[in-house]
Design a protein around this ligand. Structure first.
Ligand code: SF4
Length: 208
């Protein structure tokens, strides 16, 4: 079986398991999505969803956000971790959105990646979930799964992203990103997995 065939077989399994995967981070527009994704770095989606209602009650757009101090933002987002860096990034990126983008979240990877606190993965998530522009965000979990499935060599997230983009058809990327995340949470934890019960590896073999 080639890697491409395996990728197609896995896609079928994921499609059966998660036909309509919801976006895990609660948001109401591009700005609130961007902030939620930024907050989710090294934090669970559940925790982010507990915190964002408080933050967005205070400010749910860049104009209102910059009326508050970094310290005020930090107080609210503390439970998400890395609050000194994240609060600074939220304040500064809001100011940049106002100064350079008329208060809107930009629609290109380049412009998104220029924003403070927004790396390649965060930008990719915003592109697919806010604008439905195909991208393949790879976090540590997706990186692990793709390696365990033998579809990439595990050398770097950049390589994993490259391989995913080659192996999976572009029209499936947006949905697959979520499907792989849900599969990872349910079946493929970092430690303690059960290949014999696993819907993928019980059929196609496991790498580690
Ligand atoms: S067997 Fe293990 S490595 Fe393979 S998909 Fe299942 S949980 Fe992940």
């Amino acid at each position: 079986m080639t890697k491409k065939e395996k990728a197609a077989a896995i896609t079928k399994i994921l499609e059966k398991l998660y036909p309509n995967p919801p976006v895990p981070l609660d948001h109401k527009d591009e700005y609130t999505l961007l902030i939620a994704v930024l907050l989710s770095a090294q934090c669970t989606d559940i925790r982010v969803n507990q915190i964002t209602p408080h933050l967005f009650k205070m400010a749910d757009n860049p104009y209102d956000m910059v009326k508050h101090s970094i310290e005020e933002i930090r107080e609210i987002i503390k439970p998400c971790g890395l609050s000194p860096a994240k609060s600074k990034a939220i304040f500064n990126l809001s100011q940049i959105l106002i100064d350079k983008h008329k208060g809107k979240v930009p629609r290109t990877m380049e412009e998104l990646e220029e924003l403070p606190g927004v790396g390649h993965k965060t930008a990719s998530v915003v592109m697919i979930q806010a604008y439905q522009v195909p991208a393949f965000p790879v976090d540590t979990h997706i990186h692990r799964l793709i390696y365990r499935w033998g579809l990439s060599d595990g050398s770097s997230v950049t390589q994993t992203e490259r391989d995913c983009k080659k192996l999976f058809p572009v029209e499936k990327w947006i949905k697959l990103h979520l499907q792989i995340i849900y599969f990872g949470r349910e079946y493929c934890p970092a430690r303690g997995h059960h290949p014999e019960k696993c819907p993928v590896c019980s059929k196609y073999g496991v790498k580690v």
